[in-house]
Design a protein around this ligand. Structure first.
Ligand code: G
Ligand code: G
Ligand code: MN
Ligand code: NA
Length: 255
């Protein structure tokens, strides 16, 4: 397709693909880092959102090159943040697609990027999805251990939307689970969503994992989650995904 060849061209151009940064906060509302979300600056269409090109990249195999680029951009950003005392504590989460995770070169790629950028590996957080981990679980667990040994953190994205079971969750070397925003949206009006969110928090605690809620838009939603013991939050209430320069302004205003 035309979009596919455009994306191929974008991969050749350093300015075409950028990460936008959405704040993540702790229980006191203090900024602890960001999720890096990919944006494509298309010469004609303007900013293209990942929902429009990630599926295409998955289908065409371009996701591997895209994933490599995202890891490099994230490590570069962490290296830049590490040089300024105002930002040196910030962690950065990035999304890993199934195909990228399953690729035999993935661990080596992360290791190489960490070595090149000389960043503190603990500040890099990889977001994995349930569906990604449930297929070929033994292999996935082995890879996760290798990543854990490199020192990076692993977060389970979109938690609750897949086939989560206690049996598998306790086998996975995770440091965090992320409550999917579909449960957060109606948390104040839908008793089922409230129960699910509470249960995920208890589950996370009992397994020694930190719990982050995404899609927090209103103070009442965060108050509820906070009162139930949720450790961290992300959502429009704290900030939208923004370009690196804008994120820096946001950090400075809050520090
Ligand atoms: O802002 P938002 O529209 O950014 O993201 C939409 C979806 O795209 C999310 O599900 C997110 O996980 C995914 N996404 C965003 N950035 C990346 C990326 O760098 N790699 C992968 N694989 N998915 C991403
Ligand atoms: O699937 P993943 O969690 O990686 O995707 C993050 C997505 O959630 C991005 O598309 C991001 O723009 C979106 N997002 C982040 N915060 C909010 C929010 O408060 N409300 C809504 N509706 N979407 C959000
Ligand atoms: Mn995510
Ligand atoms: Na999610």
């Amino acid at each position: 397709s035309a979009l596919e060849s455009d994306l191929r061209a974008a991969l050749e151009n350093k300015e075409s693909l950028v990460l936008h940064y959405q704040p993540q906060v702790d229980r006191r509302g203090g900024l602890i880092g960001a999720e890096g979300l990919l944006r494509w600056r298309h010469p004609v269409k303007g900013i293209v959102q990942p929902d429009e090109f990630i599926p295409l990249a998955e289908a065409s195999g371009l996701i591997l090159a895209l994933g490599t680029r995202v890891i490099a951009m994230a490590c570069d950003q962490l290296a830049a943040w590490s040089r300024d005392p105002v930002t040196s504590h910030l962690a950065l989460a990035i999304n890993v697609s199934a195909r990228q995770f399953r690729h035999p070169g993935f661990i080596g790629e992360v290791e190489g990027a960490l070595a090149r950028s000389k960043i503190d590996p603990r500040l890099l957080k990889l977001e994995l999805t349930e569906s990604l981990l449930l297929q070929e679980m033994d292999d996935a667990v082995q890879k996760m251990r290798a990543l854990e040994n490199l020192g990076v953190s692993l977060s389970l994205d979109d938690f609750g939307t897949g086939y989560s079971s206690l049996a598998y969750l306790k086998r996975l070397p995770l440091s965090q689970i992320k409550i999917d925003r579909s449960f957060v949206r109606d948390i104040l009006v839908d008793a089922n969503d409230a129960t699910i969110a509470k249960t995920i928090i208890v589950l996370g605690k009992s397994l020694g994992l930190s719990v982050i809620a995404e899609g927090v838009e209103e103070p009442g939603q965060w108050r509820f989650l906070h009162d139930e013991g949720c450790d961290q939050a992300q959502g429009f209430l704290f900030g939208r995904p923004m370009p690196a320069e804008e994120f820096l302004v946001h950090v400075r205003q809050r520090s």
